[in-house]
Design a protein around this ligand. Structure first.
Ligand code: ARG
Length: 427
């Protein structure tokens, strides 16, 4: 590990301290080999004063118990019809799992308590079919949850809801987790999803805004496993209602949870409603960040050395890409209006954030900017990013005649012998 990794981790520690995370564990994950590690990671979160509430599914356990008892359940995940026999197996399997999770938490020295905080009403008749004991979370009773959280006790919620008459309903845990997170004003909900379901699905993007998530579900839903699509749907709904971030992680992988929480890039997929990445103009106070960012690259003779005064003189040309307010990449566009051209310059992505597409993102950002300024040509002078500019940016080698005269002179004087690459912006 290097210092920049450590800085990244330590940046998130104060940000998440005292915040509530709702962790939603799939039944299959709770039964899997990695669950022991998940419990240890929860202990890490607690040690950092992150408050945790745990909501779990039970489809996997219901299936197994039903098989043992020789009955055919009418539904496994609290979405279809739950008949009386299925409700009985569901209660037995779910509460047993709640108990096992509490045991597991005790083994890592964490106190936990089973709470009946989900107030549910029957789904009712949908599409002409009575859903019987399938319920929908109507309300989350936060009093019990708050009381436990205040006492540093982890509330554990099975996918069961209660009504005012003491009846029990089977609820879907994906939806329940979101309701709990919204009601508790949690900082995030984290789905630990079944590895098998993730494997069946096409790889998901690293991060998605709410519109991107809805779009994905509209256009490319069919290859995505049903249980994963359900989580994405809940995530988009929750973010639209104000939950800042929902994460979808492979519950079978040891590093997933902590890496997702304490790194910029994360590990799984994040659906977010708050700001995560932004490209913004720089101010005087950012000049130091730019210089620190590009220092290594200047040493390696990739980028030209720039003094503070030089950057400040053209400060409005510079842009910074930040992730959670940390500068990770920069770029500049120097326009030469007389020549109807612009120079893409100072493109740099910090070593720890390479290969994530940020270079390409900044390149197309600058390209759009140049178009807005009605420039006809975008050029770049490069010693080492030649292949990158050609392959990823569609640049071609060009003659020095194309450069604005003053730039041509400066290039000749620099002795860097850079290659000239250019791209036409005319339609
Ligand atoms: N660690 C940050 C968080 O927990 C960012 C995670 C980003 N994850 C991602 N899949 N892009 O909020």
């Amino acid at each position: 590990m290097n210092v920049s990794d450590l800085r990244e981790i330590l940046q998130y520690v104060p940000r998440f301290r005292e915040q509530i995370f709702v962790i939603a564990v799939d039944g299959a994950v709770a039964a899997g080999e990695n669950f022991g590690n998940v419990l240890l990671d929860l202990a890490v979160l607690r040690s950092l004063s992150i408050r945790v509430a745990l909501v779990h599914g039970a489809g996997h356990q219901i299936r197994a118990l039903a098989q043992k008892r020789g009955i055919a359940p009418s539904d496994f995940d609290g979405i279809g019809i739950t008949d009386e026999a299925t409700l009985e197996v569901s209660i037995d399997a779910a509460v047993r799992l709640t108990h096992e999770i509490i045991e597991g938490l005790a083994a890592v020295d964490l106190r936990a308590g089973y709470v009946n905080a989900l107030i549910a009403h029957p789904f009712g008749i949908l599409g002409g079919r009575d859903h019987q004991f399938t319920g929908r979370v109507e309300r989350v009773d936060t009093r019990a949850l708050d009381a436990l959280l205040d006492q540093e006790i982890i509330p554990v919620l099975p996918p069961l809801g209660f009504d005012g008459e003491g009846r029990t309903y089977r609820v879907n845990s994906d939806a329940a987790a979101i309701e709990v997170a919204l009601k508790l004003s949690a900082a995030k909900a984290i789905y630990l999803a079944d590895p098998a379901a993730l494997q069946e699905s096409p790889p998901l993007p690293r991060q998605l805004s709410v519109p991107e998530t809805t779009d994905l579900l509209k256009k490319d839903r069919s290859p995505i496993a049903r249980t994963i699509a359900s989580k994405l749907e809940c995530a988009a709904r929750a973010c639209a209602q104000g939950l800042p971030r929902v994460h979808l992680l492979n519950g079978g992988i040891n590093e997933a949870l902590l890496t997702e929480i304490f790194s910029h890039e994360g590990f799984g997929t994040m659906i977010h409603s708050n700001e995560y990445q932004q490209i913004r103009r720089i101010f005087k106070k950012d000049v130091r960040s730019i210089m620190t960012l590009i220092r290594q690259s200047v040493r390696d003779e990739e980028l030209v050395r720039r003094t503070r005064a030089e950057i400040i003189a053209r400060i409005e040309d510079y842009w910074l890409l930040e992730i959670d307010r940390t500068p990770v990449a920069c770029v500049a566009l120097h326009a030469y209006p007389d020549n109807h051209s612009g120079e893409l310059a100072c493109l740099y992505v910090s070593k720890s954030h390479e290969n994530q597409g940020y270079g390409r993102k900044l390149m197309s950002f600058v390209e759009n900017l140049a178009r807005e300024k009605n420039l006809n040509t975008l050029f770049a002078l490069s010693t080492q990013a030649i292949a990158f500019l050609k392959q990823k940016g569609g640049f071609r080698e060009a003659d020095s005649k194309l450069l604005p005269p003053e730039r041509r002179e400066r290039l000749a004087a620099s002795g860097r012998n850079s290659k000239i690459l250019a791209k036409s912006l005319r339609p």
